[in-house]
Design a protein around this ligand. Structure first.
Ligand code: NPG
Length: 368
């Protein structure tokens, strides 16, 4: 296979409601889409970088820049290519995992569409439906939070994740437990908002029988997480700190986490994501699929990944309607708390041309 060219397309997707985390508030999802043309087929990849570098160092403009100037030219120069070679060809360029992931996904999608094989099949999926959780942002008040959680439970979500930060942690968790009971699968996500000095405070979450606490400390503070994990009974899960199978192996060896959130964009693509899954499965460590407010394109690939056997916890693979009134693709709809894994070739979904036109802000063609 040879790349003929790559289109970078910026789309602006309004969110149904603002989404607040410890690092910021999103009202519109500024997405960079990558479309690879191989002559035989075209493939799509969604870059999960955010508009500002608040979750990780990457951001949308930087991803577009590194794709345009460094990544696409390297790939275009490769005489023969399949998706499994992309990471190696791009390896001399440091970092920029979200940009690399989008490009690799587009190549993989093109390849699988041409071969008539689905992402799920390629990855080794063992389920055709995946149970879904939902991530609930930081709210202005506890009553507002309880209303939101009640709505999601009524829709059928099987797990609730509360975003937390200092000043919004023990009380919201207590309120959700009191109102909805101990049977609700409940977890929290701090997005690096605490330090090890908060260990005693975080231990106050212990009585609430949470599934896990996600990334309480700085992404580089892997040792801190190992220390914290000994001081609290809530299982520690890492997100931001896990950037590759290698960092996952180190974190597990150090005892820094006992659960791993796998976000393909954060680790450089679905193939590396699968390696992390395999590593964790071999060590009996549960994993779940994170989310980065993806459109239907990214969601399709996430759902395929989440159908692997080691994904034993419900992920942030919510329905399209959680974020978008109109998705880029046919919407993913929750049925009995689960989403169906697309069976069609490649991602199994494609952008709806009229919607895509409507939300496109800019396009750029990079010829090989
Ligand atoms: O369901 O897609 C989703 C979002 C889930 O909370 C979620 N994502 O820290 O995991 C996170 C958070 C996030 C969103 C992180 C956007 C970065 C960007």
């Amino acid at each position: 296979m040879k790349i003929r060219g790559v289109e970078l397309r910026r789309v602006a997707m309004p969110l149904v409601a603002p989404f607040r985390t410890s690092f910021g508030t999103e009202t519109t999802r500024d997405v960079l889409l990558v479309r690879a043309d191989t002559g035989d087929a075209e493939g799509w990849g969604e870059c999960v970088a955010m508009a500002e570098p608040l979750y990780s160092p990457e951001y949308t403009d930087a991803a577009a820049d590194v794709l345009r100037r460094f990544l696409v030219p390297r790939l275009a120069a490769a005489p023969h290519l399949d998706a499994y070679q992309v990471a190696g060809v791009l390896a001399p360029i440091k970092g920029h995992r979200m940009a690399k992931a989008a490009l690799e996904t587009a190549v993989l999608d093109a390849e699988l569409r041409a071969a008539g094989r689905s992402f799920a099949r390629e990855f080794g999926a063992v389920r055709d439906r995946v149970p879904c959780g939902v991530s609930v942002g930081i709210m202005d008040s506890i009553p507002q939070l309880l209303d939101a959680v009640a709505g999601y439970l009524a829709e059928g979500y099987v797990r609730i994740k509360l975003k937390i930060e200092p000043g919004w942690d023990v009380e919201p968790v207590r309120a959700v437990r009191e109102r909805f009971g101990d049977d609700v699968l409940l977890q929290v996500d701090a997005n690096t908002a605490y330090t090890l000095a908060d260990a005693r405070h975080l231990a106050r979450l212990d009585p609430f029988d949470l599934l896990l606490i996600e990334q309480p400390l700085d992404e580089e503070d892997v040792l801190g997480h190992a220390t914290l994990a000994k001081q609290i009974s809530t299982p520690v899960c890492l997100d931001e700190s896990i950037t590759s199978a290698r960092t996952a192996a180190a974190a597990l060896t150090l005892g820094a986490c006992s659960v791993v959130n796998i976000k393909p964009g954060r680790v450089g693509g679905y193939l590396e994501a699968r390696r992390i899954h395999d590593l964790c499965a071999a060590h009996g460590v549960p994993v779940w699929c994170g989310g980065m407010l993806e459109t239907g394109l990214g969601r399709a690939a996430n759902v395929a990944l989440a159908a692997l056997p080691g994904f034993t916890l419900p992920g942030d693979t919510s329905a399209s309607g959680r974020y978008f009134a109109t998705d880029l693709t046919e919407p993913f709809v929750l049925e009995d708390g689960a989403l169906a894994v697309p069976p069609g070739p490649g991602l199994g979904v494609s952008p709806l041309p009229a919607v895509l036109d409507d939300v496109t802000v800019a396009t750029e063609w990079i010829s090989a």
